[in-house]
Design a protein around this ligand. Structure first.
Ligand code: FAD
Length: 360
């Protein structure tokens, strides 16, 4: 790539949907690639977290991937779109996107820490330091899997893994698999694994299945709820935790096969399974934690963004701006943690940051 100025106006961290949208808009608004702004990405190749998704996640089993601004996904994904793996099609699309708009993505560069230095921010990476006046953080959640802490976890002699480690169901043939979690990923993996071996499904709350089409109105309401939380400085919740689960044909087939009998959360892990508070036990060879992710924000810790409510208080038009440090925007975070939300957040953050920095 061209040489990168070490003193930037804006640094974007992360080249997923949110970071690419922000980059596109920064460029449209007049920032000069490599001189005025740069995108640092820790992954070796384009695609954000999509390049790491499990192989059976195809374009027909994802919810929906929205176009980035200015280039159609359908056109780059090709003809057999529905069967294509998301981990192949989306990275191809992002690669074409970066190339088409000449976006200054530099990779692999891992940001280790961001610290405040007077009016500027110091961005420390594994390939040297940069300085910027503003920051758009778009680091997603994939690198921060969440597993609840339970007594006995270290005693378990079977295998424990998280959604992000899952590759394919065949690996579990002949083993009893305990699947923990009430989200879309838990359901998809339960569906696949229960076709090849025996399973137990455990969720904290009883799952709420929603009949009929998921309306845009319901989507907006769910996002508004998460936005309300972050505006009050509370930790965000996942949008799915607010919308409930769609009663799809796949889910109905699972009900018919009898694999959707759900048990409440157990209280302890034993050497060869789990135990509930009432003393009942279930043997398991594998515990698969489909318990979600948290935002990957550790590198921002020196900025002290977190408030007394346990989250980062957000402000600005789409709640992308950090109230405690207006130079910092978080995109793909909280209410914008979806491909469509990331698009909008990238645009809004780019415009607000440019204005507040007096640019161009
Ligand atoms: P990511 O795509 O995670 O990109 C973040 C980038 O930041 C990565 O390239 C990473 O390498 C980089 N990075 C992280 N930390 C650092 C660091 N310290 N230094 C440098 N770089 C760093 N949403 C939908 O709208 N539709 C769907 O169908 C859908 N399906 C999903 C399926 C699964 C299994 C999951 C987990 C999520 C799904 N989502 C879906 C949510 C959606 O993926 C995200 O909201 C969106 O794609 C995330 O984009 P992002 O840009 O925020 O993050």
């Amino acid at each position: 790539p061209p040489s990168v100025s070490l003193k930037m106006d804006v640094v974007v961290i992360g080249a997923g949907q949110a970071g690419l949208s922000a980059a596109y808009h920064l460029q449209q608004l007049g920032l000069v690639p490599y001189q005025g702004y740069v995108v640092l990405d820790g992954a070796a190749a384009p695609g954000g977290a999509w390049q790491f998704r499990w192989p059976s996640l195809t374009l027909s089993t994802v919810n929906r991937i929205h176009d980035l601004p200015g280039l159609s996904f359908a056109q780059t994904a090709g003809e057999h779109a529905a069967q294509v793996q998301a981990s192949v099609a989306v990275p191809q699309y992002f690669e074409a996107y970066e190339r088409t708009f000449h976006l200054p993505v530099v990779r692999p560069v891992r940001v280790r820490l961001v610290t405040g230095h007077g009016h500027r921010l110091k961005i420390e990476t594994d390939r040297g330091d940069l300085s910027a006046r503003g920051l758009i953080n778009a680091t997603g959640t994939w690198e921060t899997p969440f597993i609840p802490a339970l007594p006995g976890a270290d005693r378990f002699r079977g295998r424990q893994l998280h959604t992000r480690d899952y590759r394919d169901a065949q690996a579990f043939a002949g083993q009893h698999v305990m699947i923990v979690g009430g989200g879309i990923s838990a359901l998809q993996l339960l569906d696949e694994i229960s076709k090849v071996t025996s399973t137990t499904w455990v969720t904290r709350r009883p799952p709420e299945f929603r009949e009929g089409q998921f309306t845009e109105e319901a989507g907006r309401a769910a996002v508004a709820l998460v936005e309300e939380r972050v505006r009050h400085g509370l930790p965000p919740r996942s949008v799915v935790s607010v919308t409930g689960l769609a009663l799809t044909p796949a889910v109905e087939a699972m009900q018919a096969r009898g694999v959707l009998t759900r048990l409440p959360m157990f209280s302890e892990i034993t050497e060869d399974g789990v135990r509930w508070a009432d003393g009942s036990e279930q043997h398991a060879d594998v515990i698969l934690w489909c318990t979600g992710f948290r935002s990957s924000l550790d590198h921002l810790a020196p900025l002290g963004l977190q408030g007394s409510e346990g989250g980062i208080q957000m402000t600005g038009r789409l709640a992308t701006q950090v109230a405690r440090d207006p130079r910092v925007h978080l995109v793909g975070y909280g209410p914008s943690a979806s491909t469509i939300g990331a698009n909008r957040a990238g645009r809004s953050a780019a415009a607000e940051l440019m204005t507040s920095l007096g640019l161009p």
